[in-house]
Design a protein around this ligand. Structure first.
Ligand SMILES: [Zn+2]
Length: 246
């Protein structure tokens, strides 16, 4: 199992949003990740949320490079929210060999859900994706990367076998029979060269990312969740989602 590089939105031009990747950069990244997929035999790439650009812009690039991804869908957004895929598009991705998994029903921080809401977020997304596509949904990525022991237990109860986080430094482990894995969230500033250093385990890049990550964690601990996200939204230029991304 290798570290999944995770994308959100692909844009034709550069964007101010921190997790938007331009198509030209995405082409370079895909070359790196397609090569990695071939050499390791594992999927190297994933998308969170189900943005329309995953179908309109990313799919043709992935096809060109014979590269497949895991798509984690916020199921209630599919066909119901502007700029997100509809079920026909999701079905086409699936037919093209891409894997479809869950990113909860409506994308709250799962750690902040009451027990009954948590159960609904986990089971409804799983059931709807399974019904629509005729596949088994066994994995989920955590909205905003937030998780704790209670969330893991609820995922196990709902029938998930793998949980994906937004932390590239997380050491894989099994809790309640669920495999928990880290991922690398790819930001717009990451060059293909840096991505390559990352996936090939270069220590220097590891050090830089570790510093960045730990300073974010420190800021979040000091400021608290809501203040941190308000600040992040203001500084990051993202116009959407106090719920964070991941
Ligand atoms: Zn997300």
């Amino acid at each position: 199992m290798i570290l999944l590089a995770t994308y959100h939105e692909i844009t034709e031009n550069d964007s101010r949003y921190v997790y938007s990747i331009s198509t030209s950069r995405f082409v370079e990244h895909t070359q790196v990740l397609a090569h990695l997929s071939v050499t390791t035999g594992s999927t190297a790439l994933s998308f969170d949320d189900g943005h329309i650009s995953n179908y309109e812009l990313a799919l043709p690039i992935l096809e060109t490079h014979n590269c497949r991804a895991i798509h984690f869908l916020s199921a209630s957004w599919i066909g119901r929210r502007d700029n997100f895929m509809d079920w026909n598009q999701v079905r086409e991705l699936h037919k093209a060999g891409h894997e479809m998994q869950s990113h909860s029903w409506s994308h709250p921080f799962l750690t902040e859900c009451k027990d009954e809401d948590l159960e609904l977020e986990l089971t409804r997304s799983k059931e709807v994706i399974e019904d629509r596509l005729g596949v088994e949904v066994t994995a989920i990525s955590m909205p905003g990367g937030r998780w704790d022991r209670r969330v893991v237990r609820a995922c196990a109860m709902a029938g998930y076998q793998r949980i994906y986080l937004s932390d590239p430094f997380f050491r894989p482990r099994i809790v309640d029979n669920v495999e928990i894995l880290g991922r690398l969230m790819v930001s717009r500033s990451m060059s293909a060269h840096a991505l390559h250093r990352w996936v090939s385990g270069n220590n220097r890049q590891f050090g830089i990312e570790w510093m960045r990550r730990r300073s974010k964690d420190l800021a979040r601990n000091v400021l608290g969740n809501s203040m941190y996200h308000l600040l992040w939204r203001t500084l990051g230029g993202a116009e959407r989602s106090l719920q964070g991304r991941g």
